[in-house]
Design a protein around this ligand. Sequence first.
Ligand SMILES: Nc1ncnc2c1ncn2[C@@H]1O[C@H](COP(=O)(O)OP(=O)(O)O)[C@@H](O)[C@H]1O
Length: 178
Amino acid sequence: MAGSNTGTRRQRPNILITGTPGTGKSTTAAALAEATNFRHICVGDLVKEKNLHEGWDDKFECHIINEDLVIDELEDIMQGGGIIVDYHGCDFFPERWFDRVVVLQTENSVLYDRLTKRGYSGTKLSNNLECEIFQVLLEEARDSYKEGIVTALQSNTVEDISNNVASLADWIGSLRPC
Ligand SMILES: Nc1ncnc2c1ncn2[C@@H]1O[C@H](COP(=O)(O)OP(=O)(O)O)[C@@H](O)[C@H]1O
């Protein structure tokens, strides 16, 4: 049964897809949601849509997320299971929300191309590349969740996306009651 890691009674698992910006979280989460009929929640979009922030950070060129508001917004939704959350951070979510935490990783030259295409430059570009080089999100995930539920997956090619989605969909299928 889903939720066995957390002691919850969810019929379907919740999955967190995290990683440095540009590693393919949204693309992977959307494809997995389509394959499984799960609901994809992109926390970055949610923060903008529902104003769950405290303004704009000029230095890092992003919204200053209000973590408490995000948790309040999602708490009830997460109880039902079947949610795929994507966000470039993972240490502030309640541990009990997730049955599986996936950290996407991308080779630096590939990530550089993706981020420059997205218009990142200067400090924002170098901060994100460093974040990937030093595996900041993998360490954050390992510090925040039980070892057995954290998986690092490569996300360099379109084939990687298909393989990652297929293996996560298989895992979800394997949890379904007979
Ligand atoms: N594994 C991959 N192979 C090829 N292109 C990818 C891959 N992952 C992401 N991309 C491309 O990189 C860009 C950023 O992907 P996105 O899913 O928005 O990343 P994130 O949500 O982690 O910021 C998109 O143009 C997407 O199509």
